[in-house]
Design a protein around this ligand. Structure first.
Ligand code: ADE
Length: 413
């Protein structure tokens, strides 16, 4: 039996899913193409993803391709309950996800997805894959896919330690994923989440972005575009140098937080904003996290230092320190773009989820050849996704000329 909050929410969920459908033309093309041949007939897929309108379109596509799908949430606060309801009621997909579910429920839902003995796991962050391994559900799994940077890091560690039991495709590492979803998707949806939560003016504010990976770059770029003064913090000297050359101020967090109006973490690492930073933070600073796990802003330290705590708006908690300074934490330190807003827009998830859909076919077709290791999709698939996206946008590009085709680099032109 699926587990969602309220099945009567389905009509709104359905309209919102359809709103996204028309903004995902590449995925829709895959749905139409393979909806006829049904290459995933008889394949069971367990998916642990943010339950959003875009994810709905992915799992509907997988079902159209012939698969049987179970879906659970990859974050307790990102589920859109109307979407979950519609998937169950209108599309006959077994969903196990309720926004605000406890940690116990979260893992119980993951186990429900593994209970139907999937051939393929589809993950965002690695929790499904890790539970499949630690609780011994990996027999019979042909392979898995992973959506995000943090999940890929966990998988690579498992591979390195020799404990990975089946092949996993790092969808995150396709160019048509990380260059677009991580950068433009998170850039925009993080602005969206912070604005929906706080309604602050960005122009003239000091915004500190911790981490200058693809996500951090996207966030910094978008806040600068809205008139913020953006400061970047980093531990990697090369990324820090890039940020300097991109025109940002770079300094340690202990300095940056003294002048920050907003701090956004996007590192994938723990303890980025911690007690020593709260000691010197500017009064009224807003803290938000855009990384996968809620470990980047040290919440226990903030709780320990606060003399008062109250919710001042939905998704905004005010902590008052001994000396009267106030610190505002958004979404309990969880992904602000999915908790206070709706995640990345459909147009960009079209790329990520087309890769996911094609990755399932790749696993099925190559299952006897692949070893328990982390793979990326072949470049030809990456390029095909980009070509289809350009086509859907009505954008044409040049063909290589004869001279370009016959050029040899050894002899020169
Ligand atoms: N990750 C970020 N944005 C997302 C979305 N809209 N749907 C699913 N996963 C996401």
């Amino acid at each position: 039996m699926p587990h969602v909050k309220d099945r009567s929410l389905a009509p709104m969920g359905r309209k919102r899913i359809e709103w996204a459908t028309v903004r995902m033309p590449v995925l829709l093309g895959i749905r139409e193409e393979y909806g006829r041949s049904k290459p995933l007939e008889g394949v069971r897929i367990a998916a642990c993803l943010h339950v959003t309108t875009e994810t709905a379109n992915l799992v509907i596509t997988l079902k159209e391709m012939g698969a049987e799908v179970r879906l659970c949430a990859s974050n307790p606060l990102s589920t859109q309950d109307d979407v979950a309801a519609s998937l169950v009621e209108d599309y006959g997909i077994d969903v196990f996800a309720v926004r605000g579910e406890s940690e116990e429920e979260y893992y119980a839902h993951i186990r429900q997805c593994l209970a139907f003995k999937p051939h393929i796991t589809m993950d965002d962050g690695g929790d499904l894959t890790v539970v499949a391994h630690t609780e011994g559900h990996y027999e019979g799994i042909w392979g898995g896919t992973e959506e995000t940077t943090t999940g890929v890091k966990r998988l690579k560690e498992m591979e390195w330690k020799g404990v990975l039991k089946y092949p996993v495709i790092a969808v995150n590492d396709s160019k048509t994923k990380f260059l677009f979803d991580n950068r433009y998707g998170t850039g925009q949806s993080t602005v969206d989440g912070i604005l929906r939560a706080t309604n602050i003016l960005i122009a003239g504010r000091v915004v500190v972005v911790a981490g200058y990976g693809w996500v951090g770059r996207g966030i910094a770029m978008r806040f600068r575009g809205m008139g913020a003064r953006v400061i970047v913090t980093e531990i990697d000297p090369i990324k820090a140098l890039e940020a300097v050359h991109d025109g940002y101020e770079v300094m340690p967090m202990a300095e940056a937080i003294k002048v920050a109006n907003v701090v956004i973490t996007a590192t994938g690492e723990p303890d980025i904003v911690r007690g020593e930073h709260y000691e010197v933070a500017r009064d009224g600073v807003i803290l938000a996290n855009a990384g996968h796990f809620d470990v980047e802003i040290n919440k226990p330290a903030l709780e320990g230092m606060a003399v008062q705590k109250r919710e001042v708006r939905p998704n905004v908690v005010e902590y008052t320190l001994k000396d009267g300074r106030r610190i505002y934490l958004l979404c309990e330190g969880r992904l602000v773009n999915l908790c206070a807003a709706e995640g990345h827009p459909a147009e960009v998830m079209d790329l990520s989820f087309s890769n996911q859909a094609l990755a399932t076919l790749y696993i099925k077709e190559n299952r006897t050849r692949l070893k328990p290791a982390v793979y990326t999709l072949p470049e030809a698939i990456d390029e095909a996704v980009a070509e289809r996206k350009l086509q859907s946008m009505g954008i044409r590009i040049d063909e290589p000329s004869e001279a370009q085709l016959h050029r040899t680099w050894v002899q020169g032109t």
